[in-house]
Design a protein around this ligand. Structure first.
Ligand SMILES: O=C(O)CCC(=O)C(=O)O
Length: 276
C-alpha cells in the first residue's frame, strides 16, 4: 500500500470517501476470501448461535421485493450479509489489528483514540444479488456523534456489473441533527441533486467513507462475486446510544493510553508476543 496521508485526508474531507488501492496484502486477501468462502459454502451447517448472524438474499427480497427482479426460489441459498465476523473465525478478529488499515484510520480520524465497532461481510452473490437502497449509515449505527467511518475491504474487484458501491460525494456534510431515522432508506425522488460515483477498484482495495455519505449500489448480474468485509470505526469520544454491543466492540488498537494498550496485548497475545 502506498502511504499518501495528505491525499487520504484531502479526498476524505472533500468527497466524504476515499479509495486506497492495495490495502490488503496478497496473503491477507487470500485468507479473508477463504474465511468467507467457508461460511457461504454451507450456511445452514452452522449451529444457531452462529446461524443467527447470517442473512439470506431470499429473506431480504421477501421484505424488499423492489430491490430484486428475481424470485426467492431463483436466488437459492445465497448469503447476503454475515454479521459478527470475529465469532466465525479468529482471522476476522485479528483483522482489528491490521496495520495498513489502522494507518489510514488514524490519518483520517487525525487521532489515535478511535475504537472498533464491528465487522460484517456484505456479499453480492454472482447473478442473483439484490441492489442496495440509497441510505446513510449513521441512523442505524446510533452513536453520540457522527464521527464514524465505514471501512470496506474489497475481497473482489468492484465493477458496475458486479454491483460496486455508488456514492454521492459531498453528502456527508450535513449537521448531525438533520440526519433522519428514515435516511436508512432514501427513495430516489428524495435524493439531493448531485453526482453519483460508482466506486470501481481492484480486489484488495480499501474504500472508506463517512457514515453520513449517501450511498447505494446495483445488483450483481455478473459471474463474479462482490464481497466486502466492512468495519465500522468510531472516532474519539463517540459512543453508542443503544444497548446493542458487538464482539470486541470498543477495542482501541492505536490508543496511547497504557490501559488500552494492555487490553490489546491481553486480547491478542499471539499478535503482541504474549506480553502484558
Ligand atoms: O457493500 C456495499 O456496497 C455497501 C454496504 C452498505 O451500504 C452497508 O452495509 O450499509
Amino acid at each position: 500500500m502506498k502511504h499518501e496521508p495528505e491525499k487520504w485526508k484531502a479526498d476524505y474531507n472533500r468527497d466524504g470517501y476515499l479509495v486506497v488501492p492495495d490495502a490488503l496484502d496478497a496473503a491477507t486477501l487470500a485468507s479473508l476470501r477463504a474465511g468467507i468462502e467457508k461460511i457461504t459454502a454451507d450456511p445452514d451447517g452452522y449451529p444457531p448461535h452462529l446461524r443467527q448472524w447470517l442473512s439470506m438474499e431470499r429473506d431480504y427480497l421477501k421484505k424488499k421485493s423492489s430491490q430484486n427482479d428475481l424470485t426467492a426460489e431463483q436466488v437459492g441459498n445465497a448469503v447476503r450479509n454475515i454479521m459478527e465476523l470475529p465469532l466465525f473465525d479468529p482471522i476476522f478478529a485479528d483483522l482489528i489489528c491490521y496495520r495498513p488499515l489502522l494507518d489510514v484510520l488514524e490519518t483520517i480520524f487525525d487521532s489515535s483514540e478511535f475504537s472498533f465497532h464491528n465487522y460484517k461481510c456484505i456479499i453480492k452473490a454472482p447473478r442473483v444479488s439484490s441492489k442496495f437502497v440509497w441510505h446513510r449509515d449513521l441512523p442505524y449505527l446510533e452513536h453520540s456523534t457522527p464521527n464514524l467511518i465505514t471501512a470496506m475491504l474489497c475481497l473482489d474487484e468492484m465493477t458496475e456489473a458486479n454491483g460496486a458501491t455508488v456514492v454521492m460525494p459531498g453528502t456527508h456534510r450535513i449537521p448531525h441533527e438533520q440526519v433522519l431515522p428514515s435516511d436508512t432508506d432514501i427513495p430516489e425522488d428524495k435524493l439531493p441533486a448531485g453526482e453519483r460515483v460508482t466506486v470501481k477498484c481492484p480486489a484488495g482495495s480499501a474504500v472508506l467513507f463517512h457514515v453520513n455519505i449517501i450511498h447505494g449500489g446495483g445488483a450483481n448480474r455478473s459471474d463474479i462475486p462482490r464481497r466486502n468485509v466492512i468495519g465500522i470505526w468510531a472516532g474519539p469520544d463517540t459512543y453508542p446510544t443503544t444497548m446493542a454491543r458487538f464482539g470486541y466492540q470498543d477495542l482501541m488498537p492505536r490508543s496511547k493510553d497504557p490501559a488500552r494498550q494492555k487490553q490489546m496485548r491481553m486480547t491478542f497475545p499471539h499478535l503482541y508476543g504474549g506480553k502484558n
